[in-house]
Each structure stands twice: as structure tokens, then as C-alpha cells.
Design a protein around this ligand. Structure first.
Ligand code: NDP
Ligand SMILES: O=C(O)C1=N[C@H](C(=O)O)C[C@H](O)C1
Length: 276
């Protein structure tokens, strides 16, 4: 039996591509989606299906009908940083397993919510396999060689499409790991580039990807300026995250079937060998 998924955040950019990727990889797309209050339409055409859009104001009244038809569905959330905690509380309340790709919100409260309920979930600010591997590499550095870059100066710059609502959740998470190495640097210090001219001229974002890209550079410089390290991940488009999201859904479905589901992150998914 194929896994049933409700993709929330349609008709947004990630919602659309994730829904298409779910269908392409053989998952059953549930024809409902949680959306924002200001969306005027009640339906959207995605992946060859008509998707009914449920707003924060009517989702409580409608979710019973959705769960009656799709009792085993898994939700995928690509909505808005302001919706993260509220949506997660909704999934926990209705006992719906979920994969949360949306960044921002109160991440500590989110982690506490799922931990207290031992709720089946995968939460991560980045679903791209190779970026998750990079995050694990930096975690390894922090654990095994925390003083390797002692005295160095950290700087982080990220560029995303100008419509992005928040600072990169990935950069925030990586900065959290650098903090474990003693760097006096906070997520507020991350430099955001949202000006398209600067994105092309300084960050070298190809023009055709101004509407969807994620460029990150983490620089480490020795105190005397003679040594420079640079870690960079530059993604054009969004396909890589959509593929990782489907991997996360399949992983979570396996855990549920085995009776071992609990809160996970993408590092757990990568470790499982389930990422394509
Ligand atoms: N984990 C990962 O690998 C990745 C994470 N992301 C994250 O995913 C999120 C979405 O990105 P993106 O698709 O580009 O953003 P978009 O703005 O294109 O789409 C977001 C959609 O969510 C809707 N929305 C707003 N509020 C709610 C709500 N309360 N409930 C449900 N839907 C709502 C928006 O509607 P409206 O326009 O009316 O507000 C919009 O349709 C961001 O946080 C982004 O950082 C993105 C890529 C990869
Ligand atoms: O909004 C995006 O586009 C992205 N959001 C995620 C983040 O904030 O880290 C992941 C990736 O950078 C794309």
C-alpha cells in the first residue's frame, strides 16, 4: 500500500514541488492542503490533482473529514515561519505524523512539543542529503576537535530569493554547532543577501535562479589574517529538498510500521541509509 501524504503550504513554492515529487515517487497525494488565511482560492491544481485548501480558520472543522478518508496519512509542512508552532500543535493534537521542513518559529518549543508527546515526526531546516552530511561533519568537528579553530573569526553569509521571510534556518543551525566550539557568534550576526543585483554580482547566483536559490558561505579566519577556511553550499532550485523530503516520509512510514516512531531529524534519516 502506498504512503498517503498531505502536503501543506500549497500553493507555495516548496508545497508544489514536494507534491509533484511525492507523486513521481509513488506516494499517494491527499487532495487537501493547509494553507494561509489570506489565500483567496479554495482549490489549487497541483501534480495533476485538485487540492482543496484548508485555512487556519476552517481547518479544525474540516480535518475530521480528511482523517476519516486518510486515517494513516503523514503531513509534510512547507508553510511559513509564523505558522510552524501552531501547525505542529495541530498535528500533535490530531495525532498526525509529520515532516516539518518549514524553518523559523520557536525551535525549542517545537522540539519540546514533539518530545513531550513522543510524536512521530522528522524536523529539519534542510532536507538535502549532502547538506545534512555537511551538518554532521561540522557536528563531528565540534565534538572531536572543539579547539581546532580556537582564536579564529567566524563569518556567515547567505543568499536566498528576495521573498524569503526569515534568515536561513540551515545557517542558524550550523551557527549553533559553531557555538559549541566557543565561537562568539549568534544567528543575528548572519549576513542576509536579498538584493537581486548583489545576488548576481557578488554571490554569483545565475539569473534564472534568482527566484529559488540557497547560497551559504561559512568563513573562518585566523586572528592574524594569514589563514582562511571556507565551507560553501550553493543550491539552485528546490528539487534536492523535495527528494530528501520524500526520503524522510518513507523513513517515518517505516518507523511507524515497525512501532518505533518518535521524533527524528534528518541526521537520523541519513544514518538509516534511506536517503537516495
Ligand atoms: N527544510 C528544507 O529543506 C527547506 C525548507 N524550506 C522552508 O520552507 C518554508 C516555505 O518555503 P517556500 O515554499 O519557499 O515559501 P512560500 O512563501 O513560497 O510558500 C509558503 C506557503 O505557505 C502558506 N502559508 C502561510 N501561512 C500558512 C499557514 N498558517 N498554514 C499553512 N500554510 C500557510 C503561504 O500562503 P501565503 O502566501 O498566503 O502566506 C504559501 O502558500 C520556508 O520556511 C523555507 O525556509 C524551503 C526549502 C527547503
Ligand atoms: O527558503 C528557502 O528557500 C530555503 N530554506 C531553508 C533554510 O532556511 O535553511 C533551506 C534552504 O536554505 C532553502
Amino acid at each position: 500500500m502506498s504512503v498517503q501524504v498531505m502536503v501543506n503550504g500549497i500553493p507555495g513554492n516548496m508545497g508544489r514541488i514536494v507534491a509533484e515529487t511525492c507523486v513521481a515517487r509513488g506516494l499517494e497525494l491527499v487532495p487537501y492542503s493547509l494553507t494561509g488565511e489570506i489565500i483567496v482560492e479554495n482549490e489549487a491544481e497541483v501534480a495533476g490533482k485538485t487540492i482543496q485548501l484548508l485555512k487556519p480558520s476552517n481547518r479544525e472543522a474540516r480535518i475530521g473529514e480528511v482523517l476519516a478518508k486518510y486515517p494513516n496519512m503523514i503531513c509534510i509542512d512547507y508553510t511559513h515561519p509564523t505558522a510552524v508552532n501552531d501547525n505542529a500543535a495541530f498535528y500533535v493534537k490530531h495525532k498526525i505524523p509529520f515532516v516539518m521542513g518549514t524553518t523559523g518559529g520557536d525551535r525549542e518549543a517545537l522540539a519540546k512539543l514533539v518530545a513531550d508527546a513522543n510524536h512521530p515526526s522528522v524536523i529539519a531546516p534542510n532536507m538535502a542529503k549532502q547538506i545534512v552530511a555537511f551538518q554532521m561533519m561540522i557536528e563531528f568537528l565540534a565534538k572531536e576537535f572543539p579547539t581546532a579553530f580556537e582564536g579564529y573569526k567566524l563569518s556567515v553569509v547567505e543568499s536566498h530569493q528576495k521573498t524569503k521571510a526569515d534568515t536561513s534556518g540551515t545557517a542558524r543551525a550550523v551557527v549553533g554547532t559553531f557555538q559549541k566550539m566557543g565561537f562568539d557568534y549568534t544567528p543575528d550576526d548572519i549576513e542576509k543577501v536579498r538584493n537581486e543585483k548583489e545576488q548576481m554580482e557578488r554571490m554569483h547566483v545565475p539569473e534564472e535562479y534568482l527566484g529559488g536559490h540557497a547560497f551559504h558561505t561559512y568563513s573562518l579566519d585566523s586572528a592574524d589574517g594569514t589563514v582562511h577556511f571556507e565551507f560553501q553550499h550553493n543550491v539552485c532550485g528546490r528539487k534536492i529538498y523535495a527528494e530528501g523530503t520524500v526520503d524522510a516520509v518513507n523513513f517515518l512510514a517505516d518507523q511507524i510500521a515497525a512501532g518505533t516512531a518518535k521524533p527524528f531529524n534528518m541526521m537520523d534519516v541519513l544514518r538509516s541509509g534511506k536517503m537516495r
